[in-house]
Design a protein around this ligand. Structure first.
Ligand code: SME
Length: 168
């Protein structure tokens, strides 16, 4: 993956995502390790959107989600399928937007300051490989536009990279 990312933060949310995804698309390098690519994706997201307090991947290994590349404060390292927002997203195989984490039963607190969250599953042909988790200190920080573009990002990652060979 190359090392530059140019984002004009004065653009609309949609235009910023268009620009970000276009650049990530050409920067993701399938010949380089999965973890290296995912690490840069988290950095790109964290540096593009000020509303993000934490962004990272939880990757499936032996039936549990383990902390992968992330940006932000230290976080819990293992999440059971069906637990928390991440485990629910993996179990339901769908994106979950949580406008107020205090209202999500079973939400797993990694940072007391976190107020809202979006979790996008990483899956191919209904098989789950992990989730992408974004947190914010703002209530209702994530909307349908985030969902739309982050699902495209998730599909791009699954198509381009070899999640079958996850080494954790
Ligand atoms: N809040 C998540 C746990 C992961 S941290 O937010 C980084 C959850 O409920 O699954």
């Amino acid at each position: 993956m190359a090392e530059t990312l140019v984002i004009n933060k004065n653009l609309s949310q949609q235009e910023i995502y268009d620009s970000l995804l276009r650049q990530l698309n050409s920067l993701i390098n399938a010949d380089e390790p999965l973890i290296s690519n995912l690490a840069n994706v988290t950095a790109a997201l964290k540096n593009t959107f000020e509303k993000i307090s934490w962004v990272g991947f939880y990757l499936l290994k032996n039936g549990k989600l383990y902390l992968g590349p992330f940006q932000g404060k230290v976080a819990c390292t293992v999440i059971e399928i069906g637990k928390g927002v991440c485990g629910n997203s993996a179990a339901r195989k769908e994106t979950i937007i949580v406008n107020d984490v205090d209202l999500f039963p079973g939400h797993i607190v990694c940072d007391n300051g976190s107020r809202s969250e979006i979790v996008i599953p990483l899956m191919k042909d209904e098989k789950i490989f992990g989730v992408l988790d974004l947190d914010s200190y703002q209530l209702s920080a994530f909307n349908e536009t985030d969902k739309h573009y982050l699902e495209i990002l998730s599909k791009t990652l699954i198509q381009k990279l070899s999640f079958e060979r996850i080494v954790l």
